[in-house]
Design a protein around this ligand. Structure first.
Ligand code: FES
Length: 166
């Protein structure tokens, strides 16, 4: 009886200590992994190039980092935008589009010859101003706010929009 109680006690002690050590080691790891989901993404204007990098009438691809990358996102946080130079200067000078199709998010490609954005996934087609030309996309390409500062083009970072936000 005495022997059995001691064995039970040691068994429970082992389970309790294992649980305590797991909690001590595991909680900071879980906190590290989950914390980015609850922090607000930065809302910054970031430079994407010199104005002279964007010739009038052309649409060019620029790289940008996702403003809300998860700590473990790595290279997947790198994304891109299409920058269209419409005018020499003024408030209509640029249009900056998210690269993602508004149907299911595939990256669209600019076809300079046809002056169309084509989505390789389900055949979505957009005109050069981002409006839908055909296929399944439910709305025009998402646009980013931009600003010219000195000779630099700045674009506002923002999380990937969803169709709901549009
Ligand atoms: S994701 Fe572009 S058409 Fe479906």
């Amino acid at each position: 009886m005495n022997e059995l109680s001691r064995r039970k006690f040691l068994s429970r002690l082992t389970v309790g200590l294992t649980a305590a050590i797991s909690a001590i080691v595991g909680l900071p790891i879980v906190g590290y992994l989950v914390a980015p989901l609850f922090s607000a993404p930065p809302d910054d204007l970031v430079p994407v190039g010199a104005i002279t990098d964007f010739p009038l009438g052309e649409t060019k691809l620029v790289s940008i980092r996702d403003p809300s990358p998860l700590a473990w996102a790595g290279q997947t946080a790198d994304t891109a935008l299409w920058v269209r130079r419409r005018e020499q200067s003024g408030p209509q000078m640029f249009q900056v589009f998210n690269i993602n199709c508004t149907h299911l998010g595939c990256p669209v490609n600019w076809q300079a010859g046809a002056k169309l954005f084509l989505c390789p996934c389900h055949g979505g087609v957009y005109y050069s101003d981002g409006s839908v030309a055909g296929g399944p996309p439910p709305r025009r390409l998402f646009e980013r706010e931009w600003q010219v500062s000195g000779d630099r083009l700045l674009v506002r970072q923002q999380p990937l929009p969803t169709v709901k936000q549009g």
